[in-house]
Design a protein around this ligand. Structure first.
Ligand SMILES: [Zn+2]
Length: 339
């Protein structure tokens, strides 16, 4: 654990503004703050890429700033704001796993709880943000319960999670939930265009409508990787040798690639089930997907999804990704009847 202001794993875009799709949630917490009815524990829930952690950071700044504006935004100028920018504010705590995918441990939660039991150094709020709170192991969650049940005055715990089913009910039920939904597509597109993002529509589809994820895809050239995946799948469908294709794919970020392959297979399943009314992720490849539907069976596609799900679960274990991609492409080949 560190008592520091944390940068967002997704690129931090607007330090002093909340995103357009978070206005309603912001108004609500600000009303509660003005009425001195802000709960001691808030749980920010929603898909990845909606800026939940940015919102939590923004709220922490709002609570600790000595002269926020009328809308509750931190001033950025006062001593507290400067300390937060320098990541040294003594009343702001960030708790997260040491590495992504690892657990938040009980000792770290105990350490946080003991710090929160002391009075604040600035005489105002003490704020703790728990990043990916679902990463707490069961002992860590149990240890947090006491702090959730008997918080000291002026303590605000902000839990952030995109995977709430992994959070114990005992934790969830002690928090006020703030939900972030996928924004309206037009709002997301306008925002992405305001960030000078090219191909915003295609990126947004691949990001399942999450604007910050779409932004991330652009910044890491992931759209090019996605194109390579799709062209490889189409080449295999045309009986082209798969070893060289696997050789190219295995060098690319596995997590994104498996997710997109999952989307690709799900698109085929949707076309089987819903025909032209199917809402596809791969809208640009609709014609190719329609041809592939006639060469696949639902049961074969579901088997392939099962295989992919297992591969996704194994990602944290060191894998021979060349062999993995050869296997995935061969299974894809076998899923299709010969043209
Ligand atoms: Zn300030």
């Amino acid at each position: 654990m560190r008592s520091a202001y944390n940068s967002n794993p997704i690129n931090y875009v607007c330090l002093f503004m909340i995103y357009p799709w978070q206005q309603a949630q912001w108004l609500k917490v600000q009303q509660q703050k003005r009425a001195s009815r802000l709960p001691h524990a808030l749980l920010m829930l929603g898909a990845e890429g909606l800026g939940k952690l940015d919102f939590a950071n923004h709220l922490a700044r709002s609570l600790l700033c000595s002269s926020p504006d009328d809308a509750g935004n931190a001033c950025g100028e006062c001593a507290a704001c400067k300390l937060m920018t320098a990541e040294t504010h003594p009343d702001l705590f960030i708790l997260q796993a040491e590495e992504r995918g690892k657990a938040i441990k009980v000792d770290d939660v105990r350490q946080l709880s003991s710090k929160l039991s002391l009075t604040s150094q600035f005489g105002g709020y003490q704020v703790a943000i728990i990043v990916d709170a679902h990463d707490m192991n069961i002992n860590a969650s149990n240890s947090l319960l006491k702090t959730l049940e008997e918080p000291s005055n002026e303590t605000i715990l902000i839990l952030v999670s995109s995977n709430p089913q992994k959070l114990p009910v005992t934790v969830r039920s002690r928090c006020q939930v703030i939900t972030f939904n996928i924004p309206d597509a037009q709002q997301s597109l306008s925002w992405l265009e305001s960030q000078n993002i090219q191909q915003a529509q295609a990126l947004l589809q691949l990001a399942h409508g999450a604007p910050l994820l779409a932004l991330n895809l652009q910044q890491d050239d992931l759209l090019e990787h996605h194109k390579l995946l799709v062209s490889s799948l189409l080449k295999v469908a045309q009986n082209q040798p798969l070893i060289d294709l696997a050789e190219q794919l295995h060098k690319l970020p596995l997590s994104y690639m498996l997710n997109w392959l999952f989307d690709w297979i799900e698109d085929l399943i949707k076309l089987h089930q819903c025909g032209d009314s199917a809402q596809l992720v791969h809208v640009a490849q609709q014609a190719e997907l329609k041809q592939l539907v006639s060469r696949s069976s639902l049961s074969g596609l579901y088997d392939y999804l099962d295989q992919l799900t297992k591969n996704k679960q194994l990602q944290s274990i060191p894998l021979n990704t060349q062999l993995l991609w050869e296997d995935l492409l061969l299974s894809w080949y076998k899923t299709l009847k010969r043209a």
